[in-house]
Design a protein around this ligand. Structure first.
Ligand SMILES: [Zn+2]
Length: 725
C-alpha cells in the first residue's frame, strides 16, 4: 500500500512539474515577444514621435545599347506625402484635401481620411510628374511634403523587351537586365530626417538631416538597337504572315566576341505597360471568368508566357541545322574526308530499324558537300556511325550543348541529351541528323559560331560594361573563350560547306545576291510525333569568307503544309541579313549592271482595295489575278510570307468570290521541267522545282509534294523534285 501511495505522489509531482514547465515556457515566449518584437515596434513609434524620416529614392542607372542609345532611363518625379497633425494644426484640413484632390486627380474623401489618421506621416501619391508637383509647391500648404523620386521610362517601348525587362512600383527590377543587375542599377537610398516637437509638429529647419542618395550605376549592353529593330520587324511580320501559332524567336551574335547584337521573342510587350493585356481575345476570356482565383491564374499564365524569353528558355530539336555540327565533328576527328561518298537509297538500316530520308526515291551517291546541300539523312546516319557514340558525346559536350551558356538572364535552360555512355546506335543515328536531343536557340547559335570562329567556343554575353554616374568604368566584360572545339582548318572547310548549302542547297532562299552567306535550315516535328506541330529554323553565318555575325531564327508552329525551314525560315533569314549587312556597311559585291533576281516573298494584300493590291504586287515583281467584282481583297493565294518565283501569280479574291478548294492535283511525275511547270500552272497551282538537276535538259520529275489525284486549294505551291531518269 505504501509503495502504491508513493507512486501516486510521484505521479502528481511529475504532472505538476509538467504544468509548471509549460507555463514557464509560455511566459518566456511572451516576455521575448514584448522585449524583442513589440519592443522594437514600441521604441520605433517613440522615435517617430520625435523625428519624421522620409526615404529618398536614388536615381536608377540608365541602360544603354552598344552605341549609347538610351534603352531604359529614369525620369525625375516626386512623391507627395503629408503630416496629418501639422495639416490639422494649421486648420487646413479641407483646403489641403481639396487642393491635392484637384491637382492629383484624386478623390477628396480619400485624402480627408488620410488627414484624419492619427499617424505622423501618410503617403498621398507616388510618381507625380513635375508639373503637378510644382503646382502643389505653389499652393504653399502646411504639412505637405514633396520628395524626389524616379520613374522608369523605356524610350523604345517594345524593342528588346525580353532583354531589358522592367521595374515594379518600388523601382525594383522584375525581369531581364533590370532584375539581374538590380543591385547595381538601384543605387543607395537617401533620407531626410526632421526633428519634431512632442506634439508631432515639425521643429525649425535647422534640425533637418539630409542624407544624399547615391545614384545607381549605368549599364551598357552589347545589343545594337538598329540590328534589334531589323530582327524584330521581320519576325513580327512573319508571325502575322506565316500564322505562327507559338510565335518566333531570333538571335544575332558577333561570332568573334560572343556579344549578342540582337535577341528577340515574338509576341512581345510594351515595357512602359508590362502589365497590360494587349491580346483582346485573352482579355475577353479573362473578363468572362466568374471565379476570382481562376481569373488570377489565367492572368498569371498569360504574363508568364508573354514574358518568357524563348531564345534562352525554350529548347527544341534542332533538326537538320544540327548537320553542321555533325559534319564538323566528323571532319575534325578524321573519320571522313571531303571526297568520301555515301549512298542514299531513300532509307537506311540501323540495328533493326529502317530510318527514311525525306526524299523517298533516295539521293544516290553523295559526298559531304552533297549530303549537306541535299540535307540527306542516310548520309548523316553513316557519318554519325563513323564518329561513334563516345566521340559524338565528347564533341557534343565540347560545343557546349550539355551546359547552360551562362548568359546574364534568368531562367536559362540547357537542352536534353542521353546520359553519357548510354545512348544506342539508333539514337546516335537520329542525333546525327538532329533528331532526339534538344537544344536552346542560344546554345545552337553559340555552337555554330564556334564552328565559324576558327573552332573557338566563346561565351555569349549581353553586358558590355558598367559605369558609375560620372562615367568611370566599374566593370567591363571582354570576350571569354571557353575552349577550342575544332581546328581552324576544319572551321575554314565548314564555312565553305555552309556557303554552298545557301548558294546551292536547301538553304538557297537565304541566298543574297552579292553577299556571301552560309547556313542550314531545319524542320522538326514537336513531340508527340504525328502532332503536326513543327518548328522551322535557320542558322547561318555571314560573310562566309570572313564570318562576322551568326544568325538564328525559330518559327514556332507554322501551319502544317507551310512548315518547311527551307521554304519559310531561310527567306526570312535572308531578308534580315540583307538589312543587317547593309547597316553594318557591307556593300553587296554585285557584278556591274546586274539585277537581283530570284524568289519573291508574297506580300500581304488582304484588306486592301484592288488598286493598292495590284500596285503592291507589281512592285514585288508578281502578277495579280483578280477574282470577283468587289473593291476589297478578302483572301489571297498564296498566303503572305510564302516565297514564290519572280513573275509568279497571286490570286486575289474580292466581293463574294472565294477560292474553290477542290481542284484535283495532276500527275507530273516523269514529265520534263517545262511540261511539269505548265501542267501545274494550268491547274492554277504554284510550281516549285527542286533538285540540283532541275534546269538541266533530260531531267524528269521524280516526286511531287502533293500526290496526284489528291485535292488541294488552287494556288497551293507544289514542290516537284527532278532527277535524271
Ligand atoms: Zn537522302
Amino acid at each position: 500500500m505504501k509503495h502504491n501511495s508513493n507512486l501516486k505522489t510521484q505521479k502528481r509531482i511529475l504532472w505538476l512539474t509538467g504544468v509548471l514547465l509549460v507555463c514557464f515556457v509560455f511566459f518566456v515566449i511572451r516576455i521575448s515577444v514584448i522585449q524583442f518584437i513589440d519592443g522594437e515596434r514600441l521604441s520605433r513609434e517613440a522615435i517617430e514621435q520625435q523625428t519624421r524620416d522620409r526615404m529618398i529614392n536614388a536615381k536608377r542607372g540608365t541602360i544603354y545599347d552598344r552605341n549609347g542609345k538610351q534603352l531604359a532611363v529614369s525620369a525625375d518625379v516626386e512623391t507627395v506625402s503629408i503630416s496629418p497633425i501639422t495639416v490639422r494644426k494649421a486648420n487646413e484640413r479641407e483646403l489641403c484635401a481639396k487642393t491635392l484632390a484637384e491637382i492629383l486627380e484624386m478623390d477628396e474623401e480619400t485624402i480627408l481620411d488620410k488627414i484624419d489618421q492619427n499617424t505622423s506621416y501618410v503617403l498621398i501619391k507616388r510618381k507625380v510628374e513635375k508639373e503637378q508637383a510644382d503646382a502643389i509647391r505653389e499652393a504653399g500648404l502646411s504639412g505637405v511634403y514633396l520628395d524626389a523620386d524616379t520613374k522608369r521610362y523605356y524610350p523604345y517601348n517594345n524593342i528588346a523587351s525580353h532583354i531589358i525587362g522592367f521595374t515594379g512600383a518600388d523601382n525594383q527590377g522584375l525581369l531581364g537586365i533590370e532584375q539581374i543587375y538590380d543591385s547595381k542599377l538601384k543605387g543607395q537610398y537617401g533620407r531626410i530626417v526632421t526633428a519634431r516637437n512632442a506634439d508631432g509638429t515639425e521643429m525649425p529647419y535647422k534640425y533637418d538631416r539630409y542624407y544624399t542618395p547615391e545614384d545607381g550605376a549605368d549599364i551598357t549592353l552589347t545589343i545594337d538597337v538598329s540590328i534589334q529593330h531589323f530582327l524584330e520587324k521581320h519576325l513580327e511580320q512573319a508571325v502575322v504572315d506565316l500564322q505562327l501559332a507559338e510565335g518566333a524567336a531570333g538571335i544575332i551574335m558577333d561570332i568573334k566576341t560572343g556579344e549578342i547584337l540582337a535577341m528577340a521573342t515574338k509576341p512581345d510587350f510594351d515595357l512602359n505597360a508590362p502589365f497590360e493585356i494587349t491580346n483582346v481575345e485573352v482579355q475577353e476570356a479573362i473578363d468572362a471568368m466568374e471565379d476570382e482565383e481562376e481569373k488570377s491564374r489565367a492572368t498569371n499564365e498569360y504574363f508568364n508566357k508573354l514574358w518568357r524569353n524563348k531564345a534562352v528558355v525554350d529548347s527544341y530539336e534542332p533538326g537538320s541545322t544540327f548537320k553542321i555540327i555533325t559534319s564538323a565533328m566528323a571532319l575534325e576527328s578524321n573519320v571522313i574526308t571531303l571526297h568520301d561518298s555515301f549512298n542514299c537509297t531513300g532509307s537506311y538500316q540501323v540495328a533493326k530499324e529502317s530510318i527514311g530520308c525525306w526524299k523517298h526515291a533516295g539521293h544516290g551517291t553523295l559526298d559531304l558537300t552533297g549530303a549537306l546541300e541535299n540535307s540527306c539523312n542516310p548520309a548523316f546516319m553513316q557519318i554519325g556511325a563513323r564518329i561513334g557514340q563516345e566521340n559524338f558525346y565528347n564533341y557534343y559536350k565540347g560545343f557546349g550543348f550539355t551546359q547552360k551558356t551562362g548568359i546574364e538572364l534568368h531562367g536559362e535552360t540547357s537542352g536534353l541529351f542521353y546520359p553519357e555512355g548510354s545512348f544506342n546506335e539508333v539514337e546516335l543515328a537520329t542525333a546525327s541528323f538532329g533528331q532526339g536531343p534538344t537544344v536552346t536557340p542560344l546554345q545552337m547559335i553559340t555552337a555554330v559560331s564556334a564552328v565559324a570562329n576558327d573552332g573557338i567556343l566563346v561565351k555569349p554575353h549581353l553586358v558590355k560594361q558598367i559605369t558609375d554616374s560620372n562615367g568611370t568604368i566599374l566593370e567591363s566584360y571582354d570576350t571569354v573563350e571557353v575552349r577550342q572545339v575544332i581546328s581552324s582548318q576544319t572551321s575554314e572547310i565548314m564555312c565553305g560547306l555552309m556557303e554552298s548549302v545557301v548558294s546551292e542547297g536547301t538553304g538557297n532562299k537565304a541566298h543574297l545576291e552579292g553577299f556571301r552567306v552560309g547556313g542550314k535550315t531545319g524542320t522538326s516535328e514537336k513531340l508527340p510525333r504525328g502532332s503536326q506541330k513543327y518548328v522551322a529554323s535557320f542558322v547561318g553565318i555571314a560573310p562566309a569568307d570572313d564570318p562576322q555575325i551568326a544568325i538564328l531564327i525559330i518559327l514556332d508552329e507554322p501551319p502544317a503544309g507551310n512548315h518547311m525551314g527551307g521554304t519559310i525560315a531561310s527567306p526570312l533569314a535572308g531578308k534580315i541579313l540583307y538589312d543587317v549587312l547593309r547597316y553594318m556597311d557591307m556593300e553587296p559585291e554585285l557584278p556591274e549592271g546586274s539585277e537581283i533576281e530570284g524568289d519573291v516573298i508574297v506580300p500581304k494584300v488582304t484588306g486592301m482595295n484592288v488598286t493598292e493590291a495590284r500596285q503592291i504586287l507589281s512592285q514585288s515583281g508578281l502578277r495579280c489575278v483578280v477574282e470577283g467584282d468587289g473593291d476589297e481583297v478578302n483572301t489571297q493565294i498564296p498566303s503572305p510570307g510564302v516565297s514564290i518565283a519572280k513573275n509568279g501569280t497571286v490570286l486575289v479574291y474580292t466581293g463574294d468570290a472565294r477560292p474553290s478548294n477542290s481542284v484535283e492535283v495532276p500527275d507530273v511525275t516523269g514529265k520534263s521541267f517545262e511540261e511539269a511547270k505548265s501542267i501545274l500552272e494550268n491547274s492554277k497551282f504554284q510550281f516549285h522545282g527542286v533538285g540540283i538537276e532541275n534546269t538541266t535538259q533530260g531531267a524528269v520529275a521524280d516526286t511531287q509534294s502533293i500526290a496526284p489525284g489528291e485535292y488541294a486549294t488552287i494556288g497551293t505551291q507544289i514542290t516537284v523534285e527532278f532527277i535524271y531518269p
